[in-house]
Design a protein around this ligand. Sequence first.
Ligand code: SF4
Ligand code: SF4
Length: 486
Amino acid sequence: MAKHEYNRSDDQLEKARRELDASAAGLDTRLVSATNELYQPEAAPRHLAAFLTDLGEKTLYDAAAQCNRCGYCETVCPTYALTGRETLSARGRNQFMRLLVEGRAKDPAEAKEALSTCLLCGACTSACYAKVPTPDLVLEGRRTLEGYGDDLLSRAAVGTLLNAPWLFSLWLKLAYLAKLSGLPRLAAAMGLYHFLGMPGLADAERSVKKVPLRFAAQTLRRDPELRRDGRRGIKWAYFAPCGPNYLFTEVAAATVRLLKRNAGEGVFMDNHCCGLLAHNYGRLEDARKFARKNITAYEALKAAYGEFALIADCSSCAAFMKSYEQLFTADPAWRGRAAAFAASVKDILEFINPEDFPSAAKAHSAHKGVVTYHDSCRACHGQGIRREPRAVIRKLAGRRYVELPESEWCCGGAGAYAFTQPEISASVLDRKLRNIASVQAKTVVVGATSCLIQINAGLRAAYPSAEAVHYSVFLDRMTGGPADKQ
Ligand code: SF4
Ligand code: SF4
């Protein structure tokens, strides 16, 4: 081939490259301006700068565009299974987000139903070959809705929990005292739960049998066995999520007993709320503030004691803390610290070894009858934890353990979803209850406090001979711990 032909070919290639670059730049500019229009520059702190997906770091557009509309996720999406509506499926929700970013859907409110009905269960991402982070995309969409998470009460509640947790505790105790004195309506009338930004807490509180007047953190701070006075060599630090701290203190107590018995020496971190509530309800900057406080507390413990595992006993909180790095992708000063913190987090479901326990023959018979296990969404889809808790429960329950059909199907609790979308939540729960009844279970072991509230509320109404029990409480009782009721 003659030399000039090579040259001409190079020229053509160069020209094509320039055209491609120009068109990519044009596309980029259009997307950036559509994204800016969607977000409004002053609202940037309300949003994630990037998504850390299983296939790498993605922008909002790239993450949404990753959806090739194959529809594999349709069979696992509870809201699609229930309604048969494409807009209430993962595929439909991702298309909404893509249209919003491309500026082809001008008003995020048009997508409000699709965005607000998502359970954020993550079953779609588990089923998706492209690993599209649909729950994170949905949350981004919600954050574009006008006023989302920005009302006075939400701001006051999150602000109090963040800056004056003692005041938050005081309000909560007043509400509990009103319940104990037989005046739950007074608590509601006083607007305490609304002040706490948790109108759903009134329903949650109704669905638990007893409320604690001493929170878990208060007890753990005084536990002499959790004080190590800087002596190095601890194996674990306990992080008290809000559920076990404020509502299910027996879960926190059982977890700490288990850790003391089976995992060597440890301490209590005396943490702040993990920030999940603020994150999921539109207050991302506040979620970052919670995260920074916890990261700083973790680093101080690490400086004093060396490496350890940070144990949480609510799968929703553990999964969220494992994703702290995603909050700081645009903040180099905090990103590495968040990643180090996240790497130390362990869900109690994955931390306990079956070898640490006696066989079924020697286990306590605190739970008679069939025992089954419900996979909390943020344990199985959020953290990939499936095998570990089953191995331990099987060891303790032996042949009484029966696998729950559709164990990964969401129970409909999903944080405050049961209170914001009661009809869908009840239908999703109904499927879970039918599955529990189908194996004639007496005990349903769960790893998240939201599931504990939701499944127990359903069981009390439809199948009262069965009980949902937190994993730590189940293990503790089966190995001789006190059999206090949840
Ligand atoms: S989210 Fe994933 S599984 Fe669902 S349609 Fe898109 S690519 Fe397919
Ligand atoms: S997170 Fe759950 S409810 Fe939401 S789209 Fe995915 S599967 Fe459906």
